[in-house]
Design a protein around this ligand. Structure first.
Ligand code: ATP
Length: 524
């Protein structure tokens, strides 16, 4: 009782002192007390407030990173039923969010972390401001004082890297398209859920590996692009006949990088200035796609005029565009298509406008952006558009190669090994041209009867071998304008060059005997 009464008197004395002492003196005493504490403690403390600035309105990116990092750590410690998991956590699911609830540290609770052999402690603070309902939130990091200087930089970059990865992999993505002509240039969007991934794409393994490595290096290249003074963007040109997987590859790239996709319909753009305006409305971490660019713009030269090539080239280009469209396209669309060519003829969207779009000053207004052009006709391109720095990577997608064929068969009908697959491979080696889309279609049609599906595919390939026997020597020009370029199944192209009539006749004879014995064996 005596002790209690003495403490009570001391508290009373402190209150009186607080009231009579000038505030400056109180502040001085407070800071002396803090310094004394700081000199005695073996730890250093770092505050990470949610907002920055004197009025605390500017969001602090580091706070978001810490939040995400701790969310991830909490999930793993909860999953492992770790003893170090804090006893109280906050669960939240923002309205309209389709994702799983997020887990965060409740105010004034702490979570331990370890890094480079040291134990660190994060505490979440939430203080209500006096005379206000507003809350100031912050995280405080406790580090061993001796190691703080060497530890802090490395730990924060580890934390930001992990948070960045989590942010990429969890954010919902969108597919944008530009608005029809007439109004102000803008984008509208829908959620992006395309099922194509590098795992589902049937590609030559070396092409797949190179593409993934290139994309990964690009996404992790912030420091490299900063050091070299280059805009953080990369251009891909995908060329090849219809149905060779250009659109599917774009979807796989977007899914791999977890980027938004901006599908730019050039025929809806009236002026170069609109092109620029659309560009600056795109977000970072996005893929900007211009499909079938040869059908939207004349790209054979003349950067300032719009149509340099002969009228025949333009009308061929138009015809190709029309042929490729489905008959169900409405009149409105076809009208606008005609109009759009008119617009291009008028000189409002020009090649030079497009070049500026790709690498002019305005193209640097964002970062981490991939630009993809697709075309069925590489010859239609102005070399200016192809030079490195604009289209860094050129990928030619061609007829289905042996590996891709096997992959498709396995994925579509579940057959890994079958004697007919060797026949199919021989056909492909002999120059049978079937696009992956065509192979997939044959397999899909008979997916309930896997054997029948494979036989049909082989029959189709055989027909292509006989049909393709005239045009053998297809020259492939070396492409020196790209950082790297890829010719699908180069061994197949080389084979084509060498194949002569004699070889082809020998092959057809062998093939006939093979398929004959196969039908006899099956009693067909
Ligand atoms: N390499 C591939 N692996 C798996 N499926 C493929 C591949 N290539 C094409 N396909 C299939 O073929 C269909 C058509 O492919 P896609 O639209 O990607 O071709 P494209 O080259 O973009 O054609 P276009 O030039 O006409 O736009 C898709 O549904 C896809 O499933």
């Amino acid at each position: 009782m005596e002790l209690l009464s003495q403490m009570w008197s001391l508290l009373g004395l402190l209150t009186i002192l607080q009231n009579i002492l000038p505030s400056q003196l109180l502040a001085l005493l407070h800071s002396m007390w803090q310094s004394l504490q700081d000199s005695l403690t073996p730890y250093s403390y770092f505050d990470v407030p949610e907002f920055l600035g004197s009025s605390a309105v500017e969001p602090n990116d580091l706070y978001r990173h810490v939040y995400l990092y701790l969310h991830q750590s909490l999930l793993s410690s909860a999953a492992a039923s770790s003893a170090s998991a804090p006893p109280r956590l906050t669960l939240s699911l923002p309205r309209g969010s389709a994702s799983v609830p997020s887990l965060s540290l409740s105010p004034n609770h702490s979570l331990e972390d370890s890094f480079a052999g040291h134990r660190l402690l994060w505490t979440h603070h939430a203080d209500t401001l006096q005379d206000s309902l507003e809350e100031r939130r912050s995280f405080a990091l406790r580090l061993p004082k001796r190691a703080a200087a060497s530890l802090l930089g490395a730990y924060l970059s580890h934390l930001s890297g992990a948070a960045d990865h989590l942010e990429r992999s969890s954010r919902p993505r969108r597919l944008f398209t530009n608005s029809p002509r007439g109004g102000p240039p803008s984008w509208s969007s829908v959620p992006f859920h395309h099922p194509a991934t590098f795992a589902t794409l049937a590609l030559e393994p070396s092409l797949k590996t190179s593409l993934i490595a290139d994309l990964d290096a690009f996404a992790a290249g912030r420091e490299f692009y900063r050091r070299t003074g280059r805009a953080w963007k990369r251009g891909y040109l995908l060329h090849g006949p219809p149905g060779t997987g250009k659109s599917s590859l774009i979807a796989a790239m977007a899914n791999h990088l977890r980027y938004d996709v901006y599908d730019l319909e050039l025929t809806r753009v009236s002026h170069n200035s609109d092109l620029r305006s659309l560009l600056i409305q795109t977000s970072n971490r996005s893929i900007i796609v211009i499909e079938d660019i040869d059908c939207s713009l004349d790209l054979t030269g003349d950067r300032h005029g719009t149509v340099k090539s002969s009228a025949a080239a333009l009308s061929a280009s138009r015809k190709r565009a029309r042929n490729r469209r489905q008959p169900s396209i409405s009149n409105e669309d076809s009208d606008s298509e005609d109009d759009s060519f008119g617009q291009i003829n008028d000189g409002r969207v020009t090649l030079s406008g497009l070049l500026n779009f790709i690498d002019g000053l305005w193209s640097c207004c964002g970062e981490e952006r991939v630009i993809v052009f697709t075309t069925n006709y590489l010859e239609a391109f102005d070399p200016a558009l192809l030079r490195p720095g604009r289209m860094d990577v050129h990928v030619r997608l061609g007829a289905c190669g042996e590996h891709a064929m096997r992959e498709l068969v396995e994925r579509y009908v579940g057959i890994k090994e079958h004697e007919m697959l060797s026949v199919a491979e021989s056909c492909i080696r002999a120059g049978a041209d079937m696009t992956p889309a065509e192979v997939a279609e044959v397999l899909l049609r008979h997916r309930e009867e896997p054997e029948e599906a494979v036989r049909n595919m082989v029959r189709e390939l055989q027909a292509r071998v006989s049909g393709s026997s005239s045009g053998v020597a297809e020259e492939v020009e070396e492409d020196q304008s790209a950082a790297w370029s890829w010719e699908e199944s180069p061994e197949k192209v080389g084979g084509k060059r060498r194949a002569g009539w004699e070889r082809r006749v020998r092959f057809l004879r062998r093939l006939r005997s093979l398929t004959k014995s196969d039908s006899e064996g099956r009693g067909v």
